[in-house]
Design a binder for this molecule. Structure first.
Ligand code: PFF
Length: 448
């Protein structure tokens, strides 16, 4: 059977942007930036994106396009054996693990969207959103119902394949998301707290640069937000013909993803400062603090809330699609299944594996793993270890195992100054940084 391909390069770019732009840009970015000093975090984060994220993204694209197969086989087809195969294996494993809890959190978002549409969320009394949210996530049927609903939509889109499912969905959703985001940003900039928010986001507190944990958080976030280390970008690039240039595509994706996070900050922080919320409220920032504020804004608040949660839900959808596709591509090749069987089986298994996560936030699943709830444990295992390890192996593989000339040709850089720079980033700088980070994470988690 002939392997599927994107209908156009634009379709590929939008799908890759769709994968990159997700909960990471809005939920994760805003609470990390809020927690780690705003502008200082932003500067370090952008540096990590350019110095580590972009080179590793180019490496992943090269492996996928050269390998023309799923994350694991693409490694083999481009010269991997033994130790190097671990890169593809970790990718498929991470995609599975991440999707299991990503679907849970996306389910919470869809629940909020629904609650604003029905009016239930607006009628929560002032100061009561924490209980409203806590009551919901600690339930049993509720979190599972919304997780299943979200996953069913993901499965339905992947079911239709690369061109008719994934590409079309992204072509419709990505421009829509950009429009909603810009509208919300314009609205936020009219609020009283906008000036303070701009200061927070763009005028750095230099002392934060001395804190190593901020660097660790920024590299982890760079990987997560660009969908690196999970085989997603390898898989997407494998549906690209040999003749397409990779470097410009990677540049476009990084630019859009970063802009999306920064503009999401411009949406969120003016609201935070206008209503005196603590920017370092942590993961609950968009689930508790923001809805409190939407409810204070009256009719406009409901409208803004609906747009906001719709935006986040769709951004999460296009990312979840790419995570499922990593597993589907793997099963189709490995077990010679057709797309429909592979999608149904992978989709159902990963959704079921997410159930303990859905029930671990105050619900019936109470055991902990190293003091973390099931959901947090999977999040930490992937964000702090498997993703980074996968990304490190990819960059070492392309940098050292491939012939230099092949690597430079695949990326389209050739022997230009960019090519040579890129090569040293994937050979030394990115892997060294990642290694340091892995050590810090290990120390913080188990020894400190
Ligand atoms: N990049 C996505 C985000 O920022 O939310 C998350 C993600 C999607 C990670 C797909 C990995 C992936 F393969």
């Amino acid at each position: 059977m002939e392997r599927e391909q994107w209908a156009s390069k634009l379709g590929f770019i939008l799908a890759a942007v769709g994968s990159a732009v997700g909960l990471g840009n809005i939920w994760r970015f805003s609470y990390l930036a809020g927690d780690s000093g705003g502008a200082a975090f932003l500067i370090i984060y952008v540096a990590c994106i350019l110095l580590i994220g972009l080179p590793v993204l180019m490496a992943e694209f090269s492996v996928g396009r050269k390998g023309q197969s799923d994350a694991i086989q693409s490694y083999h087809n481009s010269g991997a054996g033994g130790f190097w195969s671990l890169g593809g294996f970790l990718g498929v494993l991470s995609a599975f693990l991440i999707l299991s809890f990503y679907g849970v959190i996306a389910g919470w978002i869809v629940y909020f969207l629904y609650s604003y549409l029905t009016g239930a969320a607006q009628s929560v009394e002032e100061g009561g959103v924490g209980d409203f949210f806590g009551g919901f996530i600690s339930g049993t049927a509720g979190p599972i119902f919304w997780q299943f609903l979200f996953m069913a939509i993901v499965i339905a889109i992947v079911f239709f394949g690369i061109k008719k499912g994934i590409e079309i969905a992204n072509k419709i959703f990505m421009p829509l998301l950009a429009l909603i985001l810009v509208l919300l940003a314009i609205y936020s900039l009219t609020l009283d707290g906008a000036g303070e928010a701009m200061n927070f986001l763009f005028a750095p507190d230099w002392s934060a640069f001395g804190n190593f944990d901020v660097y660790a958080a920024a590299v982890g976030q760079a990987f997560f937000t660009l969908s690196l280390g999970m085989g997603a970008m390898i898989t997407y690039a494998s549906y690209l013909g040999k003749e397409e240039k990779l470097s410009s595509a990677a540049g476009t994706i990084v630019t859009f993803d970063t802009l999306f996070a920064i503009i999401a900050g411009i949406v969120i922080f003016p609201i935070v400062f206008t209503f005196g919320i603590d920017p370092s409220a942590g993961p609950g920032l968009i689930f508790v603090s923001l809805p409190e504020v939407f409810n204070l804004m009256g009719g406009a608040g409901t409208f803004v809330a609906i747009l906001f949660f719709f935006l986040v839900a769709v951004a999460a959808l296009t990312s979840a699609i790419s995570l499922l596709e990593v597993n589907v591509a793997f099963l189709m090749r490995k077990l010679k299944w057709n797309r429909k069987t592979a999608t149904l089986v992978a989709g159902i298994v990963v959704t079921l594996f997410g159930v303990p996560s859905a029930l671990s936030q105050g619900g019936p699943v109470t055991f902990t793993i190293f003091d973390n709830s099931f959901l947090d444990a999977i999040d930490l295992l992937t964000a702090e270890y498997t993703l980074l390890l996968g990304g490190m192996i990819t960059s070492l593989f392309v940098g050292w195992r491939w012939k230099k000339i092949d690597a430079l040709r695949e990326t389209g850089f050739g022997e230009s100054i960019f090519g040579i720079l890129w090569l040293w980033f994937v050979r030394v700088i990115a892997p060294a940084w990642i290694l340091i980070l892995l050590i810090i994470n290990f120390y913080n988690d188990f020894l400190a």
